[in-house]
Design a binder for this molecule. Structure first.
Ligand code: PEP
Ligand code: MG
Length: 758
């Protein structure tokens, strides 16, 4: 049954035309469930009704015509109750409505299940039978499972539908909604960068140039064969003949008589080479996975491997011919930090990432670069965005494709307003962050993108509050040496002479990975991350700390910060290693007479909620605390910061998070330990004002926000902020907090920032 279910869902998701996909699907379900009728109704939320889209069993003339109101009939009842309805004789049910045009007089038994995606009702799937009987539990379970699995594909089809709806000038009428990743507006040509060969990520696409697609496929086959030849030669002396047989099998499969032939036949039915390959490989995998023999079942993964290798060569042929526009919006399945580094100086002016959410590191980097970004737009066929004009609204998370002139004018106007606001706040860039009644707070920078440095020095910050060292570790093929790290850290420290520079030790894991140090875990954010990795690898930690200490000999402005601390033991262990590096270097270096190697302050990040209960003990061990509100929010609320599906639940203004932040401030004040916050909350007007009221000494943020936050702070009175905080701490829901804070900002005369979404 599982195989039937999988193949129905897969076939549905592969069919690019919704109407034919639905027709095929209802027939397959009818046959699999051995019943007399299967139908699917799609919800139209504007018109508040379900439309009968496809049926095998009801009158053909009613398809695409018959509608049932959201509160009418049995279909309406399934929709209202959002649960399956299993009735032995539908005709006797009080809510049954007789619709003569569908010709269902002979059908008695009825089972309907809702199709719901992310709480949205997409439609109803029903089966009916002449014999009056209750469908069995197994039948009900099958239909429920099928509906749940279909939901994502149907939502996908809905999005594709959006892409198809163009007006006569080729403008798309609708927008796509994602998560706002980095504020700002950007307009321009979209440029799609494809993921490394992965068939599961390919969205099906039609082609009107069959000969070209066939040629591309043949070229890819030739290259793939050559790859296998090379691999065989390389491995011949290393592994046994038996193991090398797999390459022979691969080569045979590529033959015209096997997979190769099927792919070509598929291309001939007007698919691109990639789409044809995906469909053929997927159908093979399903067949293999259905086999009982575990050995043969495993062969499915060989087929997948072969398919991905072919795809890689197809993609290479595409990329070679692509010309990067002067200015462009980068679109990718998952925009990574290294992609940003690669395209940053090549005309990058906006980002659309299908994966990720507003606190993914790619989004944080986009904010650091001041590039508008939209994250987590699920289900868009990437290829259809390539070289199209787009507007990114990084405040609302909306993406407009081929916008019409009216919309373009509207957004040009918004960009002009945004520039005015930016010019206005720039006036206070070099002034101190101090309230009208004299309460001051230090503003520091978050840094780590070396390329952002020229700009950072003039941002009006008092130093670097967070230097993320992992970024320079990312765009490489191995760990940097002590000497390389020393040179880099020297540049950073000397860019801010006489101002403190807080360097965080390596914080990889979670959504930041190093290509040369892969970590595969089911729960990466709860796994081997940050200090956990570096304590397990003292050789990496010691090397980094030695490089930091060495770099600090001249400037003497270094502070070291430890990420992801979750216990006192980790602090003790890390301090022991830092001391070890300090004594080793003191012995190795020859300093000027009487001069000692400077000893940096050591601080910890407060990101793991557990340590909030050990702050007094921790305060006696380190020199400062810095709250990482990005992670603290994700761990307090148990919401993955990288998952767009739960983006609505991730909110640093959740009353629990605000109360925790306030508690940290109270405890730190009692222990007389300096406290800063370096998460994204610090760069938001309402967040910064609340933190100032709580008593935080220092806020650290990306350079683009310093002037804005100074402006906001310089236009309020501390006493008003204290009352605002007192009131906020009594509120019980995130929504209440947001609406109260928006009101307050309006009252302070700062409504422009709220309306601009800044
Ligand atoms: C944080 O968690 O708030 C933080 C500043 O660190 P990162 O975003 O790099 O995890
Ligand atoms: Mg963090």
């Amino acid at each position: 049954m599982l195989t039937t279910l999988r193949s129905i869902v897969l076939e549905f998701s592969q069919n690019a035309e919704l109407d034919s996909a639905l027709c095929r699907m209802v027939s397959q379900i009818k046959q699999a469930m051995n019943t007399d009728c299967c139908s699917i109704y799609l919800a139209d939320h504007h018109k508040q009704h379900f439309l009968l889209m496809a049926s095998d069993g009801l009158a053909e003339s009613s398809l695409g015509r018959t509608t049932i109101g959201f509160t009418e009939g049995l279909i309406g009842l399934v929709g209202q109750r959002e649960e399956p309805l299993n009735i032995a004789n539908a005709q006797y049910h009080p809510q049954f409505i007789h619709a003569p045009e569908v010709e269902e007089d002979e059908l008695n038994a009825f089972l309907g299940t809702p199709i719901i995606h992310q709480r949205k009702m997409l439609g109803i799937l029903s089966i009916q039978q002449k014999q009056a009987r209750h469908f069995t539990e197994n039948e009900e379970a099958f239909l429920v499972t099928l509906s749940a699995q279909l939901a994502a594909s149907l939502a996908n089809a809905e999005v594709n539908g959006v892409l198809d709806r163009q007006d006569t000038n080729g403008h798309w009428k609708k927008k796509l909604q994602g998560v706002a990743g980095s504020s700002g507006i950007s307009m321009g040509e979209m440029f799609v960068v494809y993921p490394q060969a992965n068939l599961t990520k390919i969205s099906l696409q039609r082609s009107d140039n069959t000969p070209l697609e066939i040629q591309r496929f043949y070229d890819a086959v030739i290259k793939t064969r050559a790859d296998f030849e090379k691999m065989t030669l390389k491995l011949e002396n290393i592994i046994t003949d038996n193991a090398l047989d797999i390459f022979e099998v691969y080569k045979q499969l590529l033959d015209n008589a096997n997979i190769g032939k099927e792919v070509v036949n598929k291309i001939k039915t007007a698919w691109t080479a990639e789409s044809a390959l995906k469909q053929v490989i997927d159908s093979y995998i399903i067949q293999f996975e259905a086999l009982d023999d575990p050995y043969l079942r495993e062969r499915g993964s060989d087929i997948r491997d072969l398919g991905n290798r072919l795809l890689l060569n197809l993609q290479k042929s595409n990329n070679g011919t692509q010309q990067l526009p002067d200015k462009f919006i980068l679109v990718a399945e998952e925009v990574t930090a290294s992609m940003l580094a690669q395209y940053q100086h090549k005309g990058l002016k906006g980002i659309v990432s299908l994966a990720g959410s507003n606190n993914s590191h790619a989004a944080i980097l986009a904010r650091a670069l001041g590039v508008p970004a939209i994250m987590g737009i699920d289900n868009i066929p990437l290829s259809r965005l390539h070289q199209k004009e787009g507007i990114i609204d990084g405040y609302s998370g909306e993406l407009f494709i081929q916008p019409n002139e009216g919309l373009q004018r509207e957004y040009q106007h918004l960009i002009a307003e945004e520039n005015l606001l930016a010019d206005k706040v720039k006036q206070v860039e070099k002034l101190p962050a101090i309230t009208r009644d004299g309460q001051a707070i230090e503003l520091h920078l978050n840094a780590g993108l070396s390329a952002g440095f020229e700009h950072s020095q003039n941002s009006g910050a008092l130093g670097i509050g967070l230097y993320r060292t992992e970024i320079p570790f990312m765009n490489r093929s191995c760990f940097p040496s002590e000497a390389e790290q020393t040179t880099l850290y020297q540049q950073v420290l000397s860019a801010f002479p006489k101002q403190s520079v807080t360097m965080r030790t390596l914080d990889v894991g979670g959504d930041k990975s190093l290509p040369y140090f892969p970590i595969n875990e089911d729960n990466p954010f709860l796994g081997w991350r940050g200090i956990r990795i570096t304590l397990d690898h003292p050789e990496i930690f010691l090397l980094q700390v030695r490089a930091m200490l060495r770099a600090n000999v001249e400037q003497r402005n270094l502070e070291i910060m430890l990420p992801m601390i979750s216990s006192i033991v980790e602090v003790d262990e890390a301090t022991r290693l830092i001391n070890q590096a300090y004594y080793e270097l003191s012995a190795e270096l020859t300093l000027a007479d009487g001069e000692k190697l400077p000893r940096p302050k050591i601080g910890i990040m407060i990101e793991v909620p557990g340590i909030i209960y050990q702050l007094p003990e921790l305060a006696s061990k380190v020199d400062f605390f810095s709250v990482g509100s990005n992670d603290l929010t994700q761990y307090l609320l148990a919401v993955d910061r990288n998952n767009a599906r739960v983006a609505d639940l991730y909110d640093s203004y959740h009353p629990a998070v605000l109360r925790a932040l306030n508690l940290i401030a109270e405890q730190s004040a009692k222990s007389l330990i300096p406290l800063s916050l370096c998460g994204e909350l610090a760069s938001e007007p309402a967040g910064a004002l609340l933190l100032l009221a709580m008593g935080y000494d220092k806020l650290s943020m990306n350079p683009h926000n310093i002037a804005k936050i100074k402006w906001v702070i310089r236009h309020v009175d501390f006493k008003d902020l204290k009352s605002m905080l007192a009131q906020v701490l009594t509120l019980t829901t995130t929504k209440q907090v947001h609406s109260y804070l928006n009101e307050q900002l309006e009252q302070f005369g700062l409504g422009g920032f709220v309306r601009a979404g800044m």
